[in-house]
Each structure stands twice: as C-alpha cells, then as structure tokens.
Design a protein around this ligand. Structure first.
Ligand SMILES: Nc1ncnc2c1ncn2[C@@H]1O[C@H](COP(=O)(O)OP(=O)(O)O)[C@@H](O)[C@H]1O
Ligand SMILES: [Mg+2]
Length: 455
C-alpha cells in the first residue's frame, strides 16, 4: 500500500497521522488523507526536476485550431438539452440528487439509448447488484439491452476495466461507494471521494471516455462531503423535484460545454423517465377559483419560460414568529418582509410566514420577489389575487422594482397559457400590447400593493 499523509484543508500543513486538530493551525477536523508523493526524489509532482521540464511549444490563440466539441446526443432530448447538446468525449459529468429521485433510472435509459446508437457503454454499480440493475432494466422495457454492467466498488479494478474495455461512455453509480485501496479512509469519506473522482477524471481525459459520476445529496442539499468534486468535473447536473409528484427537473449548474441553468423536464412513469417537451404549465396547481396566498410567476432559467405557483401562508405566530420557505431562499424572504413593512406599510412582525414554490421546484432568480410579496399580502388580507393573474420582478432594499431579464418572453408565455392580468416592472412592460393580457407596470413596491388593491 502506498504511504499516505494527512493534509490540513485549512492551512495546507501535513501530519503523518490523523489527528482531530491540525498541529499547525489548530483547526478542528480539517485533516484529510492523501497519497504521499515520494519524498526526497528531487522531482516535482510531474515527475521531472523543477526548471528542467521540457516545455511544450508555445502557440498564439489565433493559431490554435478551435474545433467545437464533438457531441454525441443520447437521444433523450431533455437530457441532451441540459448537457448542451449531448455527451462530450472525455467530459466528466457529475449528477446529484436526493435518493429515489431517478438518477439511476435516467442514466440506465441514457446508456441504453447510446448503446443502441452504436456507442460502447459501461454501467458500474456500487450500490445495487447486477440482478437489481437487470430488474430495473426489465421494468423500463429495456430487454435485450447490450449495456455492459460491472458490479464493483474498488477504484483500481474499475480503472483496469475501463482501460481494457475503453467504452465511449461509463456511468459510476455512485461515486460515494467507490474506494481506492491506496487510502485507509472509509469509502464515502471526503478523502476517498476526492481521490477516486480525480483518478477517474484523469482517465476520462487521457482515454477519451465520457464519465458520468452519480453523487448523493445530503439533507442540507450539498453533494455529500465534497464540493471539491464540483470544480473537478466539466458539468454538474442536479435533479430537483418533489419525489411525491411525478415531475423531475434536471438543472445544469455548471457546464464547460454549454449554457448553465438550462433545465430538462421529465415525468416519472412506470416505464421510467419520459421527457416533457412543453413544460411551462406543469407547476401550476389547479384551483377552481382563486385562493388567498397564491400568486403565479413566470421564471426563466435556461431557455424556456416556466410558470410556477408561489404559495404563502401568513398566520398569527408566537413570541418568535417563524419564517419558512421551501424552494425559495429564506434569507431573501426575511429581506422581502422588511421591505414590505418599511416601504409599503404591510407588517408581518407577529406572524408566522411560510412560502412554497409548488411542485418541488427551486427558484433562485430574484424575479420571484414580486410574486412572493403578493402571495404574502394576499394571505395576510385573506383576499385572493384576481383570476388569471401573474407577476414577476426583483425587489430592491430601497423598495424599487427592478426588471427581470427577457420580460417579453415571460409575458408572451403567460398570455399563451391564458393568463390575463400581469403586474411587472416598468422596464418589462411590452412596447406593443400583447393580445389578451392587461399589463400593469410598476416602479415601486407601494405601487404594487396599490395596483393589486384596485384589481
Ligand atoms: N416498480 C416500480 N414501479 C414504478 N416506479 C418505480 C418502481 N420502482 C422504482 N420506481 C421509481 O423509481 C424511483 C427510483 O429511482 P432511482 O433511479 O433508483 O433513484 P436514485 O438512483 O436517484 O436513487 C422511485 O422513486 C420510484 O419512483
Ligand atoms: Mg440509484
């Protein structure tokens, strides 16, 4: 076994054995195991003496041939969309999400589709046995699938299989189960996950294999342990959605080969995940009549507008009222409540405030502000917003309403789905009227509250 040392993630200091506290900077729990470089060889870590490395010839940018990446579409349109067109040779994709959300299902479907297009594929399973994977494949209707399956958790064995088989695309499900026999740390620890992912990334680049790493997400919403993985890989995709509803979003939060924040929308069915090509209305709940505390917004992350219902419940609270948000940023909620009080005179100080983005969607764009505030005031007053109402726009600390990017597209989508009244920032007001849609343009939060009162 190779010699290992422990490096401090805070100060970079080393220790020969594991200690609870770094002997150099006194940080707690910061020592992480790494494989030690051979010491005293006088060589740097690239295997050459410092200063004597044969330099690669220099080129000017203009002389480098800039060929676009060769992409292989998987044939699952929604997945290809988030990937920026398809799998890239030598690209490493990290795909994260809650347990049971559909990561294994999606990747098995993708591998099968790629295999049927003549790509050589490998599915490495560390969590389930080959029989379990086969059972899933049957359920998904992938009988006769030629995808190769390897049930293995040891990194070194995986690497030798990868080198021998040289598949086009390999899925490692999951990276947390992989361990390297070079390290003494337990599988799933930061040291193991980081080392194994780094190894696999190097193999992907050198052999031209596309590698997809599956990662679990902890309760706090971070990929378990290593955020370090996110900067190592080329593309990071996250699964979102409520496991109780059938819709799933796959969002690109980092992509070296395409646009970020692009989303793919799927529906979970008996036969696996099916792409939803026209998803704009799936996150609306169906109220027969408008109810208090509900406001629909148009969010536009990636290339497609999506209508999402924001719900709020304001109810008398105890001495320390609660502020809770699901799918929206909690700190932003506190800020919005302060703005609402200071600039529009609507006070919720002694009230519990709950807000929720329907359907398990996560909305990170500030354009949700206006809808959040309107849902809150509507719930506080017990008065519904008018039928067919939408709103979007960012709200600033000074009480100003700022425009959202690509406002026209958002309004057109809402009009297409039959919405008839909109409250939007002044700069987003359409130059030409949109048929069937009455637009109220506002500049300040006071005007928003006024405008809605008059509707
Ligand atoms: N027999 C079944 N019939 C229908 N759906 C199933 C069946 N078994 C599992 N599923 C669905 O597949 C999901 C499991 O997906 P999976 O790909 O294993 O998730 P992950 O790999 O993200 O943990 C379950 O949440 C469930 O919705
Ligand atoms: Mg799984």
């Amino acid at each position: 076994m190779a010699k290992t040392t422990f490096n401090c993630s805070e100060c970079g200091g080393t220790s020969a054995k594991w200690l609870g506290q770094c002997p150099h900077c006194r940080a707690w729990n910061s020592l992480i195991e790494t494989v030690a470089e051979p010491a005293g060889s006088g060589k740097n870590r690239f295997g050459a003496r410092p200063g004597l490395t044969p330099a690669s010839p220099l080129m000017t940018l203009a002389n480098i041939e800039a060929s676009d990446f060769e992409r292989t579409p998987s044939g699952l349109d929604e997945l290809d969309r988030v990937l920026g067109g398809g799998m890239v040779e030598g690209g490493v994709v990290l795909i994260g999400g809650d347990p049971g959300i559909g990561k294994s299902t999606l990747l098995l479907q993708a591998l099968d589709a790629l295999q049927r297009r003549g790509q050589k594929t490998l599915y490495v399973t560390g969590e389930e046995s080959g029989a379990q994977v086969a059972l899933r494949a049957r359920r998904l209707g992938l009988e006769g699938s030629q995808v190769q399956v390897l049930a293995e958790t040891e990194l070194e064995k995986m690497l030798s299989t990868l080198q021998a088989e040289r598949p086009h695309v390999a899925v490692i499900d999951s990276i947390q189960t992989v361990y390297s026999n070079q390290l003494t740390s337990a599988p799933g620890s930061v040291a193991q996950v980081r080392e194994c992912a780094a190894h696999l990334t190097r193999v992907a680049k050198s052999e031209g294999v596309t590698i997809v790493l599956v990662g679990h997400v902890t309760k706090e919403g971070a990929l378990a342990g290593p955020r370090v993985l996110e900067h190592m890989v080329d593309t990071v995709l996250y699964f979102e959605g409520d496991t109780h509803s059938s819709f799933r979003l796959v969002r690109a939060i980092k992509n070296r080969f395409g646009a970020v924040n692009e989303i793919g929308v799927f529906a979970m069915t008996e036969k696996g995940l099916k792409g939803v090509s026209n998803p704009s209305a799936i996150f609306l709940s169906q109220h027969a009549e408008p109810v208090p505390g509900s406001c629909v917004m148009v969010t536009l992350e990636g290339s497609r507008p999506l209508l999402v219902e924001i719900q709020a419940l304001v109810d008398s609270g105890g001495p320390s009222p609660r502020r809770l948000s699901v799918g929206l940023d909690r700190d932003r909620l506190a800020m919005l409540l302060a703005v609402l009080h200071r600039h529009a005179g609507v006070a919720c100080m002694d009230q519990d405030v709950f807000v929720n983005a329907v359907g398990g969607v996560r909305i990170s764009e500030p354009a949700a502000d206006l809808a959040v505030l309107l849902a809150i005031t509507s719930s506080l007053r017990g008065r519904p917003l008018p039928k067919g109402f939408i709103a979007f726009g960012e709200v600033g600390l000074a009480g100003e309403v700022r425009p959202a990017p690509r406002g026209q597209e958002r309004l057109k989508e809402a009009a297409k789905l039959g919405f008839s009244v909109a409250v939007v920032p002044k700069a987003n007001a359409p130059k030409k009227p949109i048929e069937g849609l009455t637009v109220h343009a506002v500049e300040r939060i006071e005007q928003v509250v006024e405008a809605v009162r008059g509707l």
